[in-house]
Structures are given as structure tokens and as C-alpha cells.
Design a protein around this ligand. Structure first.
Ligand SMILES: C[S@@+](CC[C@H](N)C(=O)[O-])C[C@H]1O[C@@H](n2cnc3c(N)ncnc32)[C@H](O)[C@@H]1O
Length: 333
């Protein structure tokens, strides 16, 4: 059976240019991680002047497999190719625990593109030992540089549990304000509170805890320096770590109270703590700006921290703007 995937027109024009190639790499990750290699090679083809990604399978995709593919970050619609360029739409119901404005409403400078965030979360989950359970398993996700919560919201959308660490108190406040308002407006039963975060009598920052009893989901965002991650939670608290590292351009990353430029400095300092938080079999997915550090260096750091890099995680490199060229590395504990 042949299928054609229509790639979503993205709001961000720069990202839209790379979207077909990124989606092709993401499809390969879904095929290898969740679909037992069911998808053959993916090729780019045009129908009616629009780019599609075309792939073949030996057997028609099952309902469950179509549901998994419904979570492709830039997939817009899937069709069976019925010969002579005829496209027959097929249903691909995504994991949508909530209305999608949970993801699309927040807009702020420094936000990670939501399609890219979903892509990074997807490929990290697929790189874990539980990739084949994508679509049925509830993952716990930690974003250790969480900003105003794009990863956390995507995890909630999937029905998963979310943990975040962010050093900037203003981001915690903005996220708290957004999420509480959104939950209230949607009439979703919840409890949410911000409390001081103390360790050994010392005040580290604050924490924002949310519980959603209807879907049994939990979320915590810690206001703290991510190099102290191990002080915040128990060993093996998370299945996945997903991080869009600071780019070292606009607002350099902070470690030990000093402003430092290189995101890999931050990574090097924080990684040993992060690794302890991942359950064996869990995975780590990072994106960073390759203008400030080469890919080999990032992979070396992961290997030095005792993780097994998942290679090749190729085809994800793309231009964000003049100063930022982004890439992804994946590793498993
Ligand atoms: C690229 S942004 C991530 C944006 C986030 N994905 C979003 O969409 O809101 C990187 C974040 O890392 C945070 N950060 C930098 N150094 C940190 C540190 N030492 N501990 C915790 N967070 C840090 C920055 O404040 C920034 O919010």
C-alpha cells in the first residue's frame, strides 16, 4: 500500500522550508521506533503543486498504526495513494487529551516552535526502550530548561506527566498564569499551587504543582538552576528528558551564577545530575545551536555521561535564523 502525507503549513516560514525534510526524518524514527520498520523509504513528491511525503508499506496500516502516525509533528493529513495521483483520505486520530489551543495560545520571545517541540518529544520517546508502546504508554517527561512550558504542554496534550526546571522566575510566573487561566476557562478539574522550594533549610526557589484528577496527570515546574536537578527529585524520576538548550545567542546560559555563552558548558555541568534522573531504558533528546558547538562534541558529552548515543539521528539539522542552526542528538540510558 502506498501512502502520501501532506505536510502542515507552519506559521513560522523559516521552519516551513525545512518541514518536509524534518518530517521525513521523523517518519523514519516512527517506523524504526514504533512501527517495526513497516514504512519503506520516504520520498518527496508533489501533487497539485504541494509537497507530500510518499512511502509504501507491505500491508495496509492498522488503526493503531494510523493513530500513532497522527502524532507526527508536521503531518497535516494522510492519504492512501489510489493510483494516478488520486488521494483517498484516511483517519489518523492523534493523542489529544485537551483542546489544541493549550499548545497554540502561548506566544513569547524565546518560545521553542511547537511543531519542533513535538518532534523532539516524539523522537526521544521513540528512542527509549518503550518506543514500541508509543500511543499506549504514559510517559513521564522532564524538560530541564523548560522556559514557559512548550514541552510541558505537549506532554499534557499526550496525556503524559510533565516535570520542568527553569531558572527564570518570570517564566514560572508566566506559565502559572497561563495554565491556571486556561484550565479554569476550559472548566478542567484541577488543583494548582506555587510553594517555596527548600532543601536543607535553604530556599532554592519555588515550585508550581498541578494535578488533573480526571486524566490522572501531574505536572511540576521547579524554579531552580538545572545544575541542581538532583536536589529537586528522586533518582529515576523520569522516562524522558527533552531539552531545547539555550542558544548562547540572545540570553546566554547561566551556571554557577555567572553568565556563560556556551550551551554545552551548561550541558557538561548539568548532565551528570540529569542522567541519574532517567530510568534505565529511558532516553534523552537535546536540541542546540550548532553555530556554538559541533555535533561531535554534544555526542561525546552524552557518551562521557554513560549514555548510549542513538545514531544515526540524522536529518534533523535545520536553519532557525541567521544566528541559529539547530540539530538534535538522542541517547538512551
Ligand atoms: C531555548 S530556551 C527553552 C524554551 C522553552 N522550550 C519554551 O518553549 O519556552 C532555554 C531556557 O533555558 C533556561 N536556562 C538557561 N540556563 C538555565 C539553568 N542553569 N537552569 C535552568 N534553566 C536555564 C533559559 O532561561 C531559557 O528559558
Amino acid at each position: 500500500m502506498e501512502y502520501a502525507l501532506l505536510v502542515a503549513p507552519s506559521a513560522n516560514r523559516v521552519y516551513a522550508q525545512s518541514a518536509p525534510d524534518l518530517t521525513r526524518a521523523e517518519l523514519a524514527a516512527f517506523s524504526a521506533g514504533a512501527l517495526g520498520g513497516a514504512l519503506g523509504p520516504v520520498e518527496r513528491r508533489e501533487f497539485g503543486g504541494r509537497p507530500y511525503l510518499v512511502f509504501a508499506t507491505e500491508n495496509p496500516l492498522t488503526e493503531a498504526e494510523l493513530g500513532v502516525l497522527g502524532n507526527l509533528s508536521s503531518g497535516f493529513a494522510l492519504f492512501e495513494l489510489a493510483g494516478e495521483g488520486l488521494l483517498r483520505p484516511v483517519l489518523t486520530p492523534p493523542m489529544a487529551t485537551f483542546d489544541d489551543d493549550l499548545i497554540s495560545i502561548p506566544k513569547y520571545s524565546g518560545k521553542t516552535n511547537e511543531h519542533f517541540t513535538q518532534l523532539l518529544l516524539n523522537v526521544t520517546a521513540l528512542a527509549s526502550a518503550w518506543g514500541a508502546d508509543f500511543g499506549t504508554r504514559t510517559f513521564t517527561v522532564l524538560d530541564p530548561v523548560a522556559g514557559r512550558g512548550t514541552t510541558l504542554n505537549q506532554a499534557l496534550m499526550y496525556g503524559w506527566d510533565a516535570l520542568g526546571i527553569e531558572v527564570d522566575g518570570k517564566d514560572l510566573e508566566a506559565y502559572e498564569a497561563f495554565l491556571k487561566t486556561w484550565l479554569r476557562r476550559k472548566r478542567i478539574k484541577h488543583s494548582a499551587e506555587v510553594t517555596p522550594l527548600r532543601r536543607e533549610g535553604r530556599r532554592l526557589g519555588r515550585r508550581f504543582d498541578v494535578q488533573l484528577p480526571t486524566t490522572s496527570q501531574r505536572l511540576t515546574l521547579f524554579e531552580a538552576d538545572t545544575v541542581n536537578a538532583r536536589l529537586l527529585m528522586k533518582r529515576q524520576s523520569t522516562d524522558l528528558i527533552v531539552a531545547d538548550l539555550p542558544y548562547g545567542v540572545v540570553h546566554g546560559s547561566r551556571t554557577g551564577g555567572k553568565l556563560q555563552r556556551g550551551p554545552l558548558d551548561l550541558l557538561e555541568t548539568a548532565l551528570p545530575g540529569w542522567v541519574e534522573l532517567i530510568r534505565p531504558g529511558g532516553a534523552l533528546g537535546l536540541s542546540w545551536n550548532t553555530h556554538v558547538a559541533p555535533r561531535e562534541h554534544a555526542l561525546e558529552l552524552l557518551a562521557d555521561a554513560g549514555l548510549t548515543p542513538i545514531e544515526p539521528a540524522l536529518g534533523f539539522e535545520h536553519r532557525v535564523d541567521q544566528a541559529i542552526n539547530r540539530d538534535i542528538v538522542l541517547a538512551r540510558r
